[in-house]
Design a protein around this ligand. Structure first.
Ligand SMILES: NC(=O)c1ccc[n+]([C@@H]2O[C@H](COP(=O)([O-])OP(=O)(O)OC[C@H]3O[C@@H](n4cnc5c(N)ncnc54)[C@H](OP(=O)(O)O)[C@@H]3O)[C@@H](O)[C@H]2O)c1
Length: 330
């Protein structure tokens, strides 16, 4: 069995590759990479079953042959961000269209696993997010990123290929992208930014990248996941207060929440300053905006993420350059 992976030089793909080489040490794993040096820097001594294939999703001639020889395809690569811009449609929708077209004549394919995003489902901008999203929520993406990922999902669903679409909540873990929301939050906490001490009323769903990697493998191989779409996260949403407190504790920071009456929080919500200025971040902090239910996944596979946020943050910090800081007094 040959595995084909896109996005292996990114945050999730790199962790997924790490997982795949552990559980499939003898199966060839072909990784489409745009930058060979980046791949070699990440893997100075790669296991013998990894093959770097230099190419680009937008240039199918660079990978068609290898793709058609694969039984399992993990399509993880994307341009990621809670933003707008034509580049999202090129890198996410068009790139997926090219991959699907290059794959369509394949008779070997057993499963195409596509990593989508909760931004492709999203919510009604007019009503506050109070309940967990499920697969039954009508998709109404609010950003070009979300729209481009939804269009990619639709291309895969219509392709006739055997697929599983995985829709992760907020993902964190080792090898965080510099500038990612978690990376920024960690830096803001270290810098003692005021907003990290506010007891925001929101909650998010999260999943550690190791749990997600395991889920992606199950998605590729479990019969009940064929041609299905699943939201995937830890079973219960995590409050923003618990997330901030856990991060602070793991970073060794002396962190106390500012007593913030509702009126104070309401004033802050209207401020133009970051992070409250970004309407999506605002909803994440104040509502149950990125909260979702993985019940369908659990019912189909019996798999449940195991890593608690506290354990996951410790694992993340011990792997990354972020490192724990000595406690600081304020
Ligand atoms: N991070 C999250 O919290 C989150 C949450 C939900 C869903 N997701 C989904 O998870 C997936 C991975 O996200 P991530 O955070 O790991 O992103 P990332 O760190 O930015 O990695 C993106 C990867 O895609 C590759 N790539 C982009 N365009 C490409 C192209 N045209 N051809 C070949 N490779 C290309 C990048 O290659 P280079 O290294 O050459 O740039 C990189 O390896 C995405 O599908 C995203 O939508 C992420």
């Amino acid at each position: 069995m040959t595995i084909f992976l896109t996005g292996s030089t990114g945050f999730l793909g790199r962790n997924l590759l790490n997982y795949l080489v552990k559980i499939q040490p003898h199966q060839p794993i072909v990784c489409l990479v745009r930058d060979l040096n980046k791949a070699k820097t990440q893997w100075p001594n790669p296991p013998a079953n990894i093959r770097w294939l230099v190419g680009d999703l937008l240039q199918p001639e660079s990978y068609r042959e290898a793709l058609q020889a694969a039984e399992l395809v993990f399509h993880v690569a994307a341009l990621v961000g809670l933003r707008n811009g034509d580049a999202f449609f090129t890198q996410n929708t068009e790139a997926t269209r090219q991959l699907v077209e290059a794959l369509t004549p394949s008779s070997r394919l057993q499963r195409l696993v596509f990593v989508s995003s909760i931004s492709a489902t999203d919510r009604d901008p007019a009503s506050p997010a109070t309940e967990c999203m499920t697969e039954a929520f009508p998709p109404q993406p609010q950003t070009d990123y979300g729209r481009s990922k939804l269009q990619a999902e639709q291309l895969i669903t219509a392709s006739g290929l055997p697929y599983t679409i995985m829709v992760p909540a907020y993902i964190y873990g080792p090898h965080l992208r510099v500038g990612s929301s978690t990376d920024r939050l960690i830096n803001d906490m270290k810098a003692g930014k005021r907003y990290t001490r506010f007891p925001f009323p929101g909650a998010i769903s999260e999943i550690h990248v190791d749990d997600l990697s395991e889920a992606l493998w199950i998605a590729a191989t479990h019969p009940k996941t064929l041609n299905e779409r699943f939201l995937i996260s830890n079973p219960q949403p995590l409050s923003i207060v618990a997330a901030f407190a856990t991060l602070a504790e793991c970073l060794g920071l002396d962190h106390t929440f500012t007593p913030s009456p509702a009126s104070h929080l309401e004033r802050y919500r209207r401020q133009k300053s970051a992070p409250a200025a970004n309407p999506i971040l605002r909803r994440i902090l104040w509502e149950h905006y990125f909260a979702c239910s993985p019940a369908k996944w659990y019912q189909a596979t019996g798999h449940q993420p195991q890593i608690t946020f506290s354990e996951g943050v410790r694992k993340t910090l011990s792997h990354s350059a972020q490192g724990a800081l000595p406690a600081r007094s304020h």
